[in-house]
Design a binder for this molecule. Structure first.
Ligand code: FES
Length: 75
């Protein structure tokens, strides 16, 4: 998945979330993980508009459905 900014209020990108999830020593359920990622990255602490997307991404990452982020290269 191409890296992109997921939380615009806090400037948190997909790779920030992906890496933060993978840095956790144990994965709880999605909402517990969300709280840990929120603390680690500050994502979804502003307007809350990204909440559903962040939770969805965390769910995908935990379940192994999410591709590692990569940066777009301009050739
Ligand atoms: S876009 Fe993430 S808190 Fe506003």
């Amino acid at each position: 998945m191409e890296n992109r900014e997921v939380c615009h209020c806090m400037g948190v990108s997909y790779s920030d979330i992906y890496n933060a999830v993978n840095n956790l020593s144990r994965l709880e359920d999605v909402l517990d993980t969300f709280k840990q990622i929120q603390e680690a990255t500050s994502c979804s602490t502003g307007c809350g508009g990204c909440y559903n997307e962040v939770v969805g991404l965390i769910s995908d990452i935990i379940n192994g459905y999410a591709d590692p982020p990569h940066h777009h290269h301009h050739d």
